[in-house]
Design a binder for this molecule. Structure first.
Ligand code: FES
Ligand SMILES: [Fe+2]
Length: 368
């Protein structure tokens, strides 16, 4: 399924930084749905977050609907997330101006002139609540198509169980996207939890379609790593393991993992499906909030298995966090330019993703 015309050619693509390849200095993409917070994080009090570098105050109206406005009062710049919610309004904690979910001032306690009210407004952002996530569009609201909010049915379907968590990474979000497309690092960085030695050399089938990247790897006759072997009760057994990694948008990556047991014991399944979901929100240029979930369709009624997988994946994601932060420190020390990074064959997916992001950034720059 390779689509060579859209895939970077390593013979002519020796290194980056390079024109047309996004790096940590590329402006953050705003026309995209990002997870702003977990649904459960937003209760009666407002919540301050940052999405693609935009400060946002989230709050719930009386009927529980989530709303998002710029986290800066139009009067004297007080952070609205430090105010309070009254009924359907977010009330500034400094002089009490009350804003509706549309960002318009509904009440100015110190000035009852309609003209003063009409001039007082903050920006409201498109927001979609799709539990367990609140999705926000920080860019042009006219382009905020709800149909583009990534689906994650495995987090609400009773046939699945999942573990979830959140990590803050002090590094640019593109490094994390690249990490997720670069499955060869499993064998080295994650040797104790999600990687096996054979994983580094398994062939990769790459497909680039529009603004999406998909990579499929199939490993035949290998044993499973710690993340899967006990949860699937297949310790030491040769199986077929498929990983289908997808860059869906700057805010979302999903990995569809499947294990086939070619000789199942009586009463045991042939196929085990796992979905590893990654909501990636650049809060600032070099800071990323990373929500993840790992959902499975086996042993769904066993909380011990959920916990076992949570612990293994937390260990792996902590290894990723450290790697990305160490890389950022080296780049901070040496700069991006003087020591260009060379690429190897399995980097094609990551480079394709960087090309897509560079294109999206150029489009946003042209649109002003
Ligand atoms: S700063 Fe918000 S009401 Fe004055
Ligand atoms: Fe990793």
């Amino acid at each position: 399924m390779s689509r060579a015309e859209a895939v970077p050619d390593l013979r002519s693509e020796p290194a980056f930084p390079a024109a047309g390849i996004a790096d940590r200095t590329t402006p953050l993409i705003r026309n995209c749905w990002y997870v702003a917070a977990r649904s459960a994080e937003l209760g009666d009090a407002p919540l301050g977050v940052a999405v693609a570098g935009v400060p946002v105050a989230l709050f719930r109206t009386r009927d529980g609907r989530a709303a998002a406005v710029h986290d800066r009062c139009a009067h004297r710049s007080f952070p609205l997330s430090r105010g309070r919610v009254e009924g359907d309004r977010l009330v500034c904690g400094y002089h009490g101006i009350a804003y509706g979910a549309d960002g318009l001032a509904a009440c100015i306690p110190a000035d009852d002139r309609p003209a003063a009210r009409a001039a007082m407004r903050v920006r409201a952002f498109p927001l979609v609540e799709r539990p367990p996530f609140l999705w926000l569009w920080p860019g042009d609201p006219h382009q905020a198509d709800e149909a583009l909010v990534p689906g994650h049915p495995w987090l609400s379907d009773s046939g699945w169980a999942f573990a979830t968590g959140c990590t803050d990474i002090e590094a640019n979000y593109l490094g994390l996207h690249e990490n997720l497309l670069d499955t060869t690092h499993f064998s080295f960085l994650h040797a104790g939890n999600v990687g096996t030695p054979a994983y580094a050399t398994a062939p990769i089938d790459l497909e680039v379609t529009g603004d999406r990247v998909r990579q499929v790897r199939v490993l035949e006759g290998d044993v499973l790593p710690a993340l899967y072997d006990r949860p699937m009760d297949l310790v030491g057994k040769p199986v077929t393991r498929t990983t289908d990694s997808r860059f869906v948008s700057p805010g979302w990556h999903e990995a569809h993992a499947e294990v086939i047991d070619p000789a199942p014991a009586p009463g045991r399944p042939v196929r085990y499906a796992t979905k590893i979901l990654h909501a990636i929100t650049p809060t600032a240029q070099d800071r990323t909030r990373y929500w993840w979930a790992i959902a499975r369709d086996y042993r769904v009624d066993e909380p011990d298995v959920t916990e076992m997988m949570r612990v293994a994946i937390v260990e792996a994601f902590e290894e990723d966090r450290l790697a990305l932060e160490w890389i950022r420190e080296v780049q901070d020390r040496d700069g991006l330019g003087p020591v260009p990074e060379r690429s190897v064959k399995p980097d094609r997916g990551g480079l394709a993703m960087r090309q897509i992001v560079a294109r999206l950034a150029a489009r946003e720059r042209e649109a002003g």
